[in-house]
Design a protein around this ligand. Structure first.
Ligand code: HEM
Length: 458
């Protein structure tokens, strides 16, 4: 959802600074430094011009540049983005515990960093995003999180297990006889869309409509640059979706059904309940927060397993939920869907030997912290038996991912089914395409081949 924030409100993160300057045509000066200085490190000796984290080789594999930054510039002001990047595991935990690193960053950007014309154009988006707990600090965050948590009890989640297995099996039934697929568009993208629509009680006849709106929104989440009128299209989709969800809320108020929306309607803390607008805003947050990330957990997970065939064999050789759970945690650590979390400094903050100024944007680089050798031995080795309990793939502290249990369930059921049901699974023939996005980590296309087999689940 951080990517939704940066794209919906600001477009390319490089347009984020107060001046609104478009840096997208900026030159990657570091590459130039490297070219003229063969003795320099992997990313060059001169960091002063900033580091372009979206250079193609860094999109495909961001880990070498993060390792170097973590070692040499753990708290780094990156001129390229005019923002701070924090790389060490202990600094991330400290920042995520520290209320001076505020999550309330949409409002200040909307109020102070947009032009009048941008504010008018984006007001409807802001009104919806303003309901999201992920962009709130206590006490607003505490109130919303308590109420919404009622829909994420272990019992509620265990009820979804059967349905997730059914959806996974029916998708694989269709794909098994084909002998090849694009893991993203054929499997990992539709799966969470169907699951979340069912969880919310969207009737089967509206699923295609619902999917079209979420596709519109994903144009922004994936930061598709160069798509004509993308912001307007996404905003229209967002408004239609919220109108549609408002209708569902009214319907389930008068004719209750057992689903997530009705659980949110019933949720109560003392005299406090959620308003219809808050329920609609929360549903859109769950759609945003849970869709792209789960797609990428499955895509990145299968990619890591196919790059490390010994680990895929180990997974196939072991039966059991504990083993699968540990493998999923290692995927979240090794190549998780969230590269960074975003905060805004609420006041001047000293960190390391640096001074972070009030209202500076701060990126907490989970992808760097999750490979910090002070916490994880041989961090660049993918080992599904490692069971890394202290990874920060779901964040940490007050905003720790509310949907973590659902994501773990969906991801592990999906990867287990792919590994077991598709014989001779291998990458290709086309190479994967990684999304050029700063905050999330995932592919737009990932082709795999396998020996065609009968569709029915074993
Ligand atoms: C592998 C998949 C997922 C990953 C990697 C992930 C990651 C994250 C991260 C890093 C945060 C913290 C954001 C911050 O501190 O600013 C977060 C928050 C959140 N996530 Fe997830 N997420 C995933 C799946 C899901 C799913 C499936 C749902 C819902 C069904 C969900 C709902 C949420 C919500 C509601 C929050 C906000 C919590 C709060 O502000 O208190 N996420 N997620």
């Amino acid at each position: 959802m951080s990517s939704a924030e940066s794209n919906l409100l600001e477009g390319d993160p490089r347009q984020a600074p107060a001046t609104g300057t478009d840096f997208s045509a900026g030159v990657d000066l570091l590459t130039a430094v490297h070219a003229t200085d063969p003795a320099a490190g992997t990313i060059g000796t001169d960091f002063s011009a900033g580091v372009d984290l979206l250079a193609p080789e860094r999109v495909a594999d961001p880990y070498p540049v993060f390792a170097e930054l973590r070692r040499r510039r753990p708290v780094f002001y990156n001129e390229h983005y005019r923002a701070w990047f924090i790389h060490r595991h202990d600094d991330l935990l400290a920042a995520l515990k520290d209320p001076r690193f505020s999550s309330d960053r949409i409002r200040p950007v909307f109020e102070h960093k947009l032009t009048d014309a941008q504010r008018t154009e984006r007001a409807p988006t802001y009104r919806i995003l303003g309901e999201w707990m992920v962009f709130r600090d206590p006490p607003d965050h505490t109130r919303l999180r308590k109420l919404v948590s009622r829909a994420f009890t272990p019992r509620a989640i265990s009820l979804w297990r059967t349905r997730i297995i059914e959806v996974v099996d029916s998708l694989i039934d269709e794909l098994a006889p084909r002998g090849r697929m694009d893991v993203i568009s054929d499997f990992a993208y539709p799966l969470p869309a169907v699951v979340i629509a069912e969880m919310m009680g969207v009737p089967p006849e509206d699923r295609d409509l619902f999917k079209d709106w979420s596709d519109d929104l994903m144009v922004l989440v994936f930061g598709a640059r160069g798509v004509e009128g993308r912001r307007l299209r996404a905003q229209n989709g967002l408004l239609e979706l919220s109108e549609y969800l408002g209708g569902l809320v009214r319907r389930f108020r008068s004719a209750p059904e057992e689903n997530l929306i009705h659980t949110l309607i019933r949720a109560q803390e003392g005299d406090d309940t959620l308003t219809d607008d808050e329920i609609v805003g929360t549903c859109i947050l769950l759609l945003f927060g849970g869709h792209e990330t789960t797609t990428n957990l499955i895509g990145n997970g299968l990619h890591a397993l196919l790059q490390n065939p010994d680990q895929l064999e180990r997974l196939r050789a072991h039966d059991g939920a504990d083993y699968l759970r540990a493998a999923t945690e290692e995927i979240l650590r090794f190549d998780g869907p969230s590269k960074m979390q975003v905060r805004m400094a609420a006041t001047d903050i000293e960190m390391g030997d640096q001074l972070i100024r009030r209202h500076d944007m701060v990126y907490l680089v989970q992808a760097a912290a999750n490979r910090d050798p002070d916490v994880f031995a041989e961090p660049d080795r993918f080992d599904i038996e490692r069971n890394p309990t202290d990874h920060v793939g779901f964040g940490f502290g007050l905003h720790y991912c509310l949907g973590a249990a659902v994501a773990r369930l969906e991801g592990s059921i999906a990867l287990d089914a792919l590994a077991r049901r598709l014989p001779d699974l291998r990458p290709g023939p086309e190479p994967p395409e990684w999304h050029p996005t700063l905050i999330s980590r995932g592919m737009s296309s990932f082709c795999v081949s396998y020996t065609p087999s009968e569709g029915a689940a074993a």
